[in-house]
Design a protein around this ligand. Structure first.
Ligand code: PHE
Length: 476
Protein backbone atom coordinates (compact mmCIF):
# COMPACT_ATOMS: atom_id res chain seq x y z
CA UNK A 1 0.00 0.00 0.00
CA UNK A 2 1.61 3.27 -0.99
CA UNK A 3 1.44 6.12 1.47
CA UNK A 4 -0.11 8.35 -1.17
CA UNK A 5 -3.17 6.09 -1.02
CA UNK A 6 -3.68 7.07 2.59
CA UNK A 7 -6.04 9.91 3.30
CA UNK A 8 -6.00 11.52 6.70
CA UNK A 9 -9.43 11.74 8.30
CA UNK A 10 -10.29 15.41 8.37
CA UNK A 11 -9.55 17.07 11.67
CA UNK A 12 -12.79 18.96 11.63
CA UNK A 13 -15.95 18.66 9.66
CA UNK A 14 -19.37 20.19 9.40
CA UNK A 15 -22.13 18.08 7.91
CA UNK A 16 -25.71 19.17 7.38
CA UNK A 17 -28.57 16.88 6.43
CA UNK A 18 -32.15 17.89 5.87
CA UNK A 19 -34.47 14.94 5.62
CA UNK A 20 -38.18 14.65 5.48
CA UNK A 21 -39.93 12.98 8.34
CA UNK A 22 -43.30 11.35 7.97
CA UNK A 23 -46.19 12.24 10.20
CA UNK A 24 -46.58 10.38 13.41
CA UNK A 25 -47.70 6.86 12.91
CA UNK A 26 -51.28 5.85 13.16
CA UNK A 27 -51.73 2.14 12.76
CA UNK A 28 -54.98 0.34 12.11
CA UNK A 29 -55.53 -0.53 15.74
CA UNK A 30 -54.65 2.89 17.01
CA UNK A 31 -56.92 5.38 18.58
CA UNK A 32 -54.97 8.54 18.38
CA UNK A 33 -52.08 10.52 17.05
CA UNK A 34 -48.47 10.59 18.14
CA UNK A 35 -47.35 12.07 21.39
CA UNK A 36 -45.57 15.04 19.91
CA UNK A 37 -47.00 17.46 17.38
CA UNK A 38 -45.34 17.07 13.97
CA UNK A 39 -43.37 20.17 13.09
CA UNK A 40 -44.83 22.37 10.38
CA UNK A 41 -42.50 21.26 7.61
CA UNK A 42 -42.04 17.76 9.02
CA UNK A 43 -38.33 18.19 8.73
CA UNK A 44 -35.56 17.42 11.09
CA UNK A 45 -32.22 19.07 10.78
CA UNK A 46 -29.20 17.13 11.82
CA UNK A 47 -26.06 19.18 11.96
CA UNK A 48 -22.70 18.08 13.16
CA UNK A 49 -21.27 21.44 14.10
CA UNK A 50 -17.52 21.50 14.20
CA UNK A 51 -17.92 17.88 15.11
CA UNK A 52 -14.41 16.59 15.20
CA UNK A 53 -14.50 12.80 14.92
CA UNK A 54 -13.53 11.41 18.29
CA UNK A 55 -10.67 9.28 17.01
CA UNK A 56 -9.19 12.48 15.68
CA UNK A 57 -9.24 14.18 19.01
CA UNK A 58 -6.86 11.97 20.91
CA UNK A 59 -8.20 10.41 24.07
CA UNK A 60 -11.66 11.38 25.27
CA UNK A 61 -10.18 13.65 27.92
CA UNK A 62 -8.00 15.60 25.52
CA UNK A 63 -10.92 16.93 23.55
CA UNK A 64 -11.48 20.60 23.04
CA UNK A 65 -14.43 22.20 24.78
CA UNK A 66 -15.74 24.29 21.91
CA UNK A 67 -17.20 21.44 19.87
CA UNK A 68 -20.81 20.34 19.82
CA UNK A 69 -23.17 17.90 18.17
CA UNK A 70 -26.46 19.18 16.78
CA UNK A 71 -29.31 16.70 16.37
CA UNK A 72 -32.78 17.74 15.25
CA UNK A 73 -31.91 21.41 15.55
CA UNK A 74 -30.74 21.05 19.12
CA UNK A 75 -27.11 21.64 20.00
CA UNK A 76 -25.39 19.44 22.60
CA UNK A 77 -21.97 20.17 24.06
CA UNK A 78 -19.45 17.34 23.79
CA UNK A 79 -17.15 16.31 26.62
CA UNK A 80 -14.80 13.54 27.60
CA UNK A 81 -17.71 11.03 27.47
CA UNK A 82 -18.64 11.73 23.85
CA UNK A 83 -18.37 8.65 21.67
CA UNK A 84 -21.22 9.13 19.20
CA UNK A 85 -19.88 9.13 15.64
CA UNK A 86 -21.07 10.75 12.39
CA UNK A 87 -21.91 7.31 10.91
CA UNK A 88 -24.42 6.83 13.72
CA UNK A 89 -25.83 10.36 13.78
CA UNK A 90 -26.58 10.31 10.06
CA UNK A 91 -28.96 7.35 10.59
CA UNK A 92 -31.18 9.30 13.03
CA UNK A 93 -33.53 10.93 10.51
CA UNK A 94 -34.25 7.74 8.53
CA UNK A 95 -37.38 6.54 10.42
CA UNK A 96 -37.61 3.26 8.52
CA UNK A 97 -40.57 2.14 10.63
CA UNK A 98 -42.77 4.83 9.07
CA UNK A 99 -42.33 3.41 5.57
CA UNK A 100 -45.39 1.22 4.82
CA UNK A 101 -43.54 -0.97 2.27
CA UNK A 102 -40.50 -1.53 4.47
CA UNK A 103 -40.36 -4.78 6.49
CA UNK A 104 -39.96 -2.73 9.69
CA UNK A 105 -42.99 -0.60 8.78
CA UNK A 106 -44.95 -3.77 8.01
CA UNK A 107 -43.98 -5.33 11.36
CA UNK A 108 -44.96 -2.16 13.20
CA UNK A 109 -48.40 -1.95 11.65
CA UNK A 110 -49.08 -5.68 12.08
CA UNK A 111 -48.20 -5.50 15.77
CA UNK A 112 -50.25 -2.32 16.21
CA UNK A 113 -53.27 -4.03 14.67
CA UNK A 114 -53.32 -6.53 17.58
CA UNK A 115 -53.85 -3.81 20.18
CA UNK A 116 -57.15 -2.10 19.58
CA UNK A 117 -57.66 1.18 21.39
CA UNK A 118 -53.92 1.73 21.99
CA UNK A 119 -52.28 5.05 21.04
CA UNK A 120 -49.54 4.41 18.48
CA UNK A 121 -46.64 6.74 19.09
CA UNK A 122 -43.15 7.60 18.07
CA UNK A 123 -40.60 10.03 19.41
CA UNK A 124 -38.38 11.06 16.49
CA UNK A 125 -35.41 12.28 18.52
CA UNK A 126 -33.48 9.44 20.16
CA UNK A 127 -31.63 11.87 22.44
CA UNK A 128 -32.48 11.25 26.11
CA UNK A 129 -30.83 11.98 29.42
CA UNK A 130 -28.99 9.23 31.29
CA UNK A 131 -31.61 9.91 33.96
CA UNK A 132 -34.44 8.92 31.57
CA UNK A 133 -32.61 6.00 30.01
CA UNK A 134 -31.28 4.46 33.23
CA UNK A 135 -31.98 6.16 36.59
CA UNK A 136 -35.75 6.62 36.30
CA UNK A 137 -36.07 2.96 35.40
CA UNK A 138 -34.04 1.75 38.35
CA UNK A 139 -30.81 0.72 36.62
CA UNK A 140 -28.12 0.55 39.33
CA UNK A 141 -25.15 2.95 38.98
CA UNK A 142 -22.80 0.08 38.06
CA UNK A 143 -25.08 -1.53 35.46
CA UNK A 144 -22.93 -2.64 32.48
CA UNK A 145 -25.40 -1.04 30.03
CA UNK A 146 -24.20 2.37 31.21
CA UNK A 147 -20.59 1.85 30.10
CA UNK A 148 -19.08 3.88 27.24
CA UNK A 149 -18.27 0.65 25.46
CA UNK A 150 -21.99 -0.25 25.31
CA UNK A 151 -23.81 3.08 24.98
CA UNK A 152 -23.46 6.08 22.66
CA UNK A 153 -22.88 9.14 24.82
CA UNK A 154 -23.40 12.63 23.42
CA UNK A 155 -21.98 13.88 26.69
CA UNK A 156 -21.85 12.72 30.29
CA UNK A 157 -25.58 13.35 30.88
CA UNK A 158 -26.97 12.70 27.41
CA UNK A 159 -27.16 9.49 25.39
CA UNK A 160 -28.84 8.01 22.34
CA UNK A 161 -31.63 5.90 23.92
CA UNK A 162 -30.59 2.28 24.33
CA UNK A 163 -34.20 1.13 24.62
CA UNK A 164 -37.68 2.45 23.90
CA UNK A 165 -38.58 2.08 27.59
CA UNK A 166 -36.68 5.35 28.20
CA UNK A 167 -39.92 7.17 27.26
CA UNK A 168 -42.35 5.33 29.56
CA UNK A 169 -42.76 8.06 32.16
CA UNK A 170 -42.87 10.87 29.59
CA UNK A 171 -45.69 9.08 27.74
CA UNK A 172 -47.73 8.36 30.87
CA UNK A 173 -47.33 11.98 31.92
CA UNK A 174 -48.89 13.00 28.61
CA UNK A 175 -52.02 11.09 29.59
CA UNK A 176 -51.74 7.94 27.45
CA UNK A 177 -52.91 4.94 29.46
CA UNK A 178 -52.57 2.30 26.74
CA UNK A 179 -49.92 2.88 24.12
CA UNK A 180 -47.37 1.43 21.74
CA UNK A 181 -44.15 3.22 20.90
CA UNK A 182 -41.88 2.43 17.97
CA UNK A 183 -38.36 3.81 18.20
CA UNK A 184 -34.89 3.56 16.75
CA UNK A 185 -32.50 2.59 19.54
CA UNK A 186 -28.72 2.63 19.73
CA UNK A 187 -26.23 0.22 21.28
CA UNK A 188 -22.52 -0.05 20.55
CA UNK A 189 -21.85 -3.43 19.05
CA UNK A 190 -19.67 -5.48 16.79
CA UNK A 191 -20.20 -5.75 13.04
CA UNK A 192 -21.83 -8.89 11.67
CA UNK A 193 -24.93 -9.98 9.77
CA UNK A 194 -27.23 -9.93 12.82
CA UNK A 195 -25.95 -6.94 14.82
CA UNK A 196 -26.40 -3.30 14.08
CA UNK A 197 -25.62 -0.34 16.37
CA UNK A 198 -28.97 1.13 15.31
CA UNK A 199 -32.04 -1.06 15.53
CA UNK A 200 -35.72 -0.69 16.33
CA UNK A 201 -37.88 -1.60 19.28
CA UNK A 202 -41.57 -1.51 20.03
CA UNK A 203 -42.65 -1.03 23.60
CA UNK A 204 -46.20 -1.13 24.84
CA UNK A 205 -47.89 -0.54 28.17
CA UNK A 206 -51.28 -0.32 29.78
CA UNK A 207 -52.38 0.68 33.26
CA UNK A 208 -55.57 0.16 35.22
CA UNK A 209 -57.47 1.62 38.16
CA UNK A 210 -57.45 -0.61 41.22
CA UNK A 211 -60.96 -0.04 42.58
CA UNK A 212 -63.16 -3.10 42.83
CA UNK A 213 -65.31 -2.34 39.80
CA UNK A 214 -62.23 -1.83 37.59
CA UNK A 215 -60.64 -5.04 38.78
CA UNK A 216 -63.90 -6.94 38.18
CA UNK A 217 -63.99 -5.51 34.66
CA UNK A 218 -60.38 -6.62 34.13
CA UNK A 219 -61.26 -10.12 35.29
CA UNK A 220 -64.11 -10.27 32.78
CA UNK A 221 -61.88 -9.00 29.99
CA UNK A 222 -59.29 -11.64 30.87
CA UNK A 223 -61.94 -14.36 30.68
CA UNK A 224 -62.99 -13.12 27.25
CA UNK A 225 -59.39 -13.05 25.98
CA UNK A 226 -58.70 -16.46 27.54
CA UNK A 227 -61.68 -18.01 25.70
CA UNK A 228 -60.54 -16.48 22.43
CA UNK A 229 -57.07 -17.98 22.82
CA UNK A 230 -58.47 -21.34 23.89
CA UNK A 231 -60.19 -21.63 20.54
CA UNK A 232 -57.05 -20.61 18.61
CA UNK A 233 -54.42 -23.01 17.24
CA UNK A 234 -51.84 -22.18 19.91
CA UNK A 235 -50.17 -24.14 22.71
CA UNK A 236 -48.94 -21.94 25.54
CA UNK A 237 -46.33 -23.50 27.81
CA UNK A 238 -46.14 -21.52 31.03
CA UNK A 239 -44.47 -23.06 34.08
CA UNK A 240 -43.49 -19.69 35.52
CA UNK A 241 -44.02 -19.06 39.20
CA UNK A 242 -44.32 -15.91 41.21
CA UNK A 243 -42.03 -16.20 44.23
CA UNK A 244 -39.00 -14.77 45.99
CA UNK A 245 -36.92 -14.60 42.78
CA UNK A 246 -39.70 -13.05 40.70
CA UNK A 247 -42.11 -11.50 43.21
CA UNK A 248 -45.25 -9.44 43.16
CA UNK A 249 -44.33 -5.98 44.44
CA UNK A 250 -44.79 -4.84 48.01
CA UNK A 251 -47.71 -2.47 47.95
CA UNK A 252 -49.53 -4.45 45.23
CA UNK A 253 -52.41 -6.63 46.29
CA UNK A 254 -51.49 -10.07 44.93
CA UNK A 255 -55.01 -10.43 43.47
CA UNK A 256 -54.59 -7.18 41.48
CA UNK A 257 -51.08 -8.07 40.28
CA UNK A 258 -52.34 -11.51 39.24
CA UNK A 259 -55.09 -9.94 37.12
CA UNK A 260 -52.60 -7.56 35.50
CA UNK A 261 -50.22 -10.45 34.74
CA UNK A 262 -53.17 -12.39 33.29
CA UNK A 263 -54.15 -9.48 31.07
CA UNK A 264 -50.57 -9.01 29.90
CA UNK A 265 -50.14 -12.69 29.09
CA UNK A 266 -53.38 -12.90 27.10
CA UNK A 267 -52.67 -9.67 25.21
CA UNK A 268 -49.13 -10.70 24.29
CA UNK A 269 -50.02 -14.32 23.42
CA UNK A 270 -52.70 -12.99 21.09
CA UNK A 271 -50.29 -10.53 19.43
CA UNK A 272 -47.68 -13.27 18.89
CA UNK A 273 -50.33 -15.64 17.54
CA UNK A 274 -51.61 -13.00 15.08
CA UNK A 275 -48.08 -12.20 13.94
CA UNK A 276 -47.01 -15.79 13.35
CA UNK A 277 -50.32 -16.81 11.77
CA UNK A 278 -49.35 -14.62 8.82
CA UNK A 279 -46.28 -16.79 8.14
CA UNK A 280 -47.25 -20.34 8.84
CA UNK A 281 -47.78 -21.24 5.18
CA UNK A 282 -50.76 -23.53 5.72
CA UNK A 283 -48.99 -25.34 8.56
CA UNK A 284 -51.75 -26.87 10.68
CA UNK A 285 -49.48 -27.58 13.66
CA UNK A 286 -50.35 -25.37 16.62
CA UNK A 287 -48.04 -22.43 17.29
CA UNK A 288 -46.01 -23.12 20.45
CA UNK A 289 -45.27 -20.22 22.76
CA UNK A 290 -43.42 -20.48 26.06
CA UNK A 291 -43.13 -18.16 29.02
CA UNK A 292 -39.92 -17.92 31.07
CA UNK A 293 -39.17 -16.00 34.26
CA UNK A 294 -36.83 -13.05 33.67
CA UNK A 295 -35.43 -9.95 35.30
CA UNK A 296 -35.66 -6.27 34.31
CA UNK A 297 -34.89 -3.41 36.70
CA UNK A 298 -38.24 -1.75 35.94
CA UNK A 299 -40.72 -4.67 36.15
CA UNK A 300 -41.65 -7.34 38.69
CA UNK A 301 -42.63 -10.04 38.14
CA UNK A 302 -40.80 -10.14 34.78
CA UNK A 303 -40.95 -12.59 31.88
CA UNK A 304 -39.50 -13.42 28.50
CA UNK A 305 -41.58 -15.05 25.80
CA UNK A 306 -40.38 -17.36 23.05
CA UNK A 307 -42.11 -18.89 20.03
CA UNK A 308 -41.16 -22.08 18.20
CA UNK A 309 -40.62 -21.26 14.54
CA UNK A 310 -38.78 -23.15 11.80
CA UNK A 311 -37.34 -25.67 14.25
CA UNK A 312 -36.04 -23.20 16.84
CA UNK A 313 -37.19 -21.31 19.92
CA UNK A 314 -37.08 -17.66 19.03
CA UNK A 315 -36.97 -15.01 21.74
CA UNK A 316 -39.78 -12.57 21.07
CA UNK A 317 -40.10 -10.08 23.91
CA UNK A 318 -39.51 -9.05 27.51
CA UNK A 319 -42.34 -7.88 29.77
CA UNK A 320 -43.65 -7.56 33.28
CA UNK A 321 -45.72 -5.67 35.81
CA UNK A 322 -44.34 -2.12 35.87
CA UNK A 323 -42.45 -1.20 39.00
CA UNK A 324 -44.71 1.08 40.98
CA UNK A 325 -42.03 3.80 41.00
CA UNK A 326 -42.60 4.24 37.24
CA UNK A 327 -46.27 5.00 37.80
CA UNK A 328 -45.50 7.09 40.89
CA UNK A 329 -43.03 9.22 38.89
CA UNK A 330 -45.74 9.55 36.22
CA UNK A 331 -48.16 11.00 38.74
CA UNK A 332 -50.26 7.81 38.76
CA UNK A 333 -49.69 6.30 42.21
CA UNK A 334 -53.12 4.63 42.31
CA UNK A 335 -52.73 2.70 39.06
CA UNK A 336 -51.19 -0.69 38.28
CA UNK A 337 -50.03 -1.88 34.87
CA UNK A 338 -47.90 -3.99 32.55
CA UNK A 339 -45.28 -3.20 29.90
CA UNK A 340 -43.45 -5.10 27.19
CA UNK A 341 -40.65 -4.46 24.69
CA UNK A 342 -39.48 -6.27 21.57
CA UNK A 343 -36.76 -5.89 18.93
CA UNK A 344 -38.17 -5.53 15.42
CA UNK A 345 -35.17 -6.52 13.27
CA UNK A 346 -34.58 -9.91 14.83
CA UNK A 347 -38.23 -10.84 14.44
CA UNK A 348 -38.45 -9.42 10.93
CA UNK A 349 -35.28 -11.30 9.87
CA UNK A 350 -36.91 -14.58 10.86
CA UNK A 351 -40.42 -13.88 9.60
CA UNK A 352 -39.35 -12.42 6.22
CA UNK A 353 -36.21 -14.65 5.92
CA UNK A 354 -33.96 -11.60 5.62
CA UNK A 355 -30.37 -12.88 5.99
CA UNK A 356 -28.43 -9.69 6.75
CA UNK A 357 -29.39 -6.84 9.08
CA UNK A 358 -27.75 -4.29 6.75
CA UNK A 359 -30.47 -5.00 4.17
CA UNK A 360 -32.95 -2.98 6.28
CA UNK A 361 -30.92 0.12 5.38
CA UNK A 362 -30.64 -0.72 1.68
CA UNK A 363 -31.95 1.61 -1.00
CA UNK A 364 -31.69 -1.12 -3.63
CA UNK A 365 -35.02 -1.46 -5.48
CA UNK A 366 -34.38 -5.22 -5.59
CA UNK A 367 -34.90 -5.12 -1.82
CA UNK A 368 -37.46 -2.35 -1.40
CA UNK A 369 -39.80 -3.42 -4.21
CA UNK A 370 -40.33 -6.90 -2.73
CA UNK A 371 -42.65 -5.98 0.12
CA UNK A 372 -46.36 -5.22 0.42
CA UNK A 373 -47.92 -3.24 3.26
CA UNK A 374 -49.68 -5.48 5.77
CA UNK A 375 -48.09 -8.71 4.51
CA UNK A 376 -45.22 -10.88 5.66
CA UNK A 377 -43.63 -12.43 2.57
CA UNK A 378 -40.45 -14.43 2.08
CA UNK A 379 -37.52 -12.33 0.93
CA UNK A 380 -36.11 -13.53 -2.40
CA UNK A 381 -32.33 -13.16 -2.26
CA UNK A 382 -30.65 -11.58 -5.25
CA UNK A 383 -27.05 -12.05 -6.25
CA UNK A 384 -24.56 -10.59 -3.84
CA UNK A 385 -21.59 -8.55 -4.91
CA UNK A 386 -18.22 -10.18 -4.19
CA UNK A 387 -16.60 -9.81 -0.76
CA UNK A 388 -13.10 -8.47 -0.20
CA UNK A 389 -11.20 -9.41 2.98
CA UNK A 390 -8.49 -7.20 4.45
CA UNK A 391 -6.58 -7.82 7.66
CA UNK A 392 -5.20 -5.16 9.93
CA UNK A 393 -2.66 -6.08 12.64
CA UNK A 394 -1.30 -3.76 15.27
CA UNK A 395 0.45 -3.55 18.61
CA UNK A 396 -1.60 -1.99 21.39
CA UNK A 397 0.61 -0.01 23.78
CA UNK A 398 1.11 -1.55 27.23
CA UNK A 399 -1.74 -0.71 29.70
CA UNK A 400 -4.04 0.38 26.86
CA UNK A 401 -7.14 -1.46 25.70
CA UNK A 402 -8.81 -1.26 22.32
CA UNK A 403 -12.30 -2.63 22.88
CA UNK A 404 -13.81 -4.54 19.93
CA UNK A 405 -16.68 -2.01 19.87
CA UNK A 406 -14.17 0.88 19.64
CA UNK A 407 -12.51 -0.84 16.71
CA UNK A 408 -15.88 -1.41 15.01
CA UNK A 409 -16.95 2.23 15.40
CA UNK A 410 -13.75 3.36 13.68
CA UNK A 411 -14.40 0.90 10.84
CA UNK A 412 -18.03 1.99 10.58
CA UNK A 413 -17.18 5.65 10.51
CA UNK A 414 -14.61 5.27 7.76
CA UNK A 415 -16.31 2.57 5.69
CA UNK A 416 -19.98 3.30 6.51
CA UNK A 417 -22.18 0.49 5.10
CA UNK A 418 -19.42 -1.20 3.11
CA UNK A 419 -18.42 -3.64 5.84
CA UNK A 420 -20.28 -6.91 6.19
CA UNK A 421 -18.48 -8.19 9.24
CA UNK A 422 -15.42 -7.80 11.41
CA UNK A 423 -13.72 -10.68 13.21
CA UNK A 424 -10.84 -10.67 15.64
CA UNK A 425 -8.67 -13.45 14.25
CA UNK A 426 -5.63 -13.21 16.50
CA UNK A 427 -4.57 -11.75 19.83
CA UNK A 428 -1.49 -12.36 21.98
CA UNK A 429 0.67 -10.53 24.51
CA UNK A 430 4.37 -10.15 23.77
CA UNK A 431 6.18 -11.76 26.75
CA UNK A 432 8.92 -9.10 26.90
CA UNK A 433 7.30 -5.80 25.88
CA UNK A 434 3.84 -6.76 27.28
CA UNK A 435 2.30 -5.10 24.28
CA UNK A 436 -0.76 -6.84 22.87
CA UNK A 437 -0.81 -7.80 19.23
CA UNK A 438 -4.27 -7.84 17.67
CA UNK A 439 -5.38 -8.78 14.19
CA UNK A 440 -8.86 -8.04 12.85
CA UNK A 441 -10.23 -9.31 9.55
CA UNK A 442 -12.57 -6.85 7.86
CA UNK A 443 -14.92 -8.25 5.24
CA UNK A 444 -15.83 -5.46 2.81
CA UNK A 445 -18.89 -5.98 0.65
CA UNK A 446 -21.32 -3.47 -0.77
CA UNK A 447 -25.04 -4.23 -0.91
CA UNK A 448 -25.44 -2.27 -4.14
CA UNK A 449 -22.27 -2.52 -6.28
CA UNK A 450 -18.92 -4.22 -6.84
CA UNK A 451 -16.04 -2.73 -4.87
CA UNK A 452 -12.68 -2.50 -6.60
CA UNK A 453 -9.60 -3.71 -4.76
CA UNK A 454 -8.13 -0.24 -5.18
CA UNK A 455 -11.11 1.37 -3.49
CA UNK A 456 -11.02 -1.12 -0.62
CA UNK A 457 -7.26 -0.58 -0.17
CA UNK A 458 -7.90 3.11 0.14
CA UNK A 459 -10.60 2.60 2.78
CA UNK A 460 -8.40 0.10 4.60
CA UNK A 461 -5.58 2.68 4.71
CA UNK A 462 -7.99 5.21 6.17
CA UNK A 463 -9.08 2.68 8.81
CA UNK A 464 -5.42 2.06 9.70
CA UNK A 465 -4.69 5.78 9.95
CA UNK A 466 -7.72 6.38 12.12
CA UNK A 467 -6.65 3.53 14.44
CA UNK A 468 -3.16 4.97 14.84
CA UNK A 469 -4.51 8.44 15.60
CA UNK A 470 -7.26 7.34 17.92
CA UNK A 471 -5.54 4.61 19.88
CA UNK A 472 -1.83 5.27 19.29
CA UNK A 473 -1.44 1.69 18.08
CA UNK A 474 1.56 0.63 16.06
CA UNK A 475 0.67 -1.02 12.78
CA UNK A 476 2.46 -4.31 12.12
N1 PHE B 1 -36.53 -2.40 27.50
C1 PHE B 1 -36.31 -3.83 27.58
C2 PHE B 1 -35.13 -4.19 26.65
O1 PHE B 1 -34.65 -3.38 25.90
C3 PHE B 1 -37.54 -4.63 27.18
C4 PHE B 1 -38.69 -4.46 28.16
C5 PHE B 1 -39.63 -3.46 27.98
C6 PHE B 1 -38.82 -5.33 29.23
C7 PHE B 1 -40.68 -3.31 28.88
C8 PHE B 1 -39.86 -5.21 30.13
C9 PHE B 1 -40.79 -4.20 29.94
O2 PHE B 1 -34.67 -5.32 26.65
Amino acid sequence: MSTSDKEEPSSSSSVTFRLTLGRFAEGPGCSSSGMLPASSDDAILVVLCLFVPWWDRGSYKQRTSNTSVTIGGQEYPVDSWTNVTPAIVEKIPMQLYLKPHHPLGIMRSLIESSFSGFSCLNVPSPVVSTHQNFDELGFPPDHPGRSVTDTYYINKETVLRTHASAHEIEIFKQGHDMWLLTADVYRRDEIDSSHSPVFHQMDGAQHFATDEASMDALQEENERLGKQLASSNIIIVDNTKVGPTNPYQEGHQPKHAELVVGNMKHSLNRMIYNLFSTRRDGNSEPLRVRWIEAYFPFTSPSYEVEAFFQGKWLEILGCGVMKQRTLDFSGLPDRIGWAFGLGLERLAMVLFSIPDIRLFWSNDPRFLSQFTPGEITTFKPYSKYPPCYKDVSFWVPKHKIVHDNDFCDVVRDVARNLVEDVKKIDEFVHPKTEQTSVCFRINYRSMDRSLSNEEVNKIQAQVSNALVERFQVELR
